[in-house]
Write a protein that binds this ligand. Structure first.
Ligand SMILES: [Zn+2]
Length: 104
């Protein structure tokens, strides 16, 4: 597990993306600078209750989030955080996840 989630920021217009696009949809540039985002605001939460072909599937929560200074992305949620909550982002393998910020 590693902290934060990678983003790619267009060298031409500065818009951040996740995952990395081939070309920037905004300015059609093809150069990106990689960075990481560590926090995001939850906009929407949904629950995946079934998955075709998967027995023993446990309901999973996924969230549409707006990363701080970065793009909108979909992450797996590891707790009961809801819309409006700020979460910390982390990666497991190459999949992005979020959970409530550890109290600081
Ligand atoms: Zn661009």
């Amino acid at each position: 597990m590693s902290a934060g989630v990678p983003i790619w920021r267009c060298a031409g217009c500065g818009v951040a993306y996740f995952p990395e696009p081939l070309l920037c949809p905004r300015c059609h540039g093809g150069k990106f600078e990689s960075g990481r985002v560590h926090e995001a605001l939850i906009e929407e939460v949904s629950v995946i209750r079934h998955m075709i072909g998967q027995e023993n599937w446990q309901p999973r929560r996924i969230a549409s989030v707006l990363a701080t200074g970065g793009p909108r992305m979909t992450v797996g949620l590891r707790d009961e955080s809801g819309p409006g909550a700020t979460i910390e982002l982390f990666e497991e393998g190459t999949a992005p996840f979020g959970r409530a910020k550890s109290s600081a």
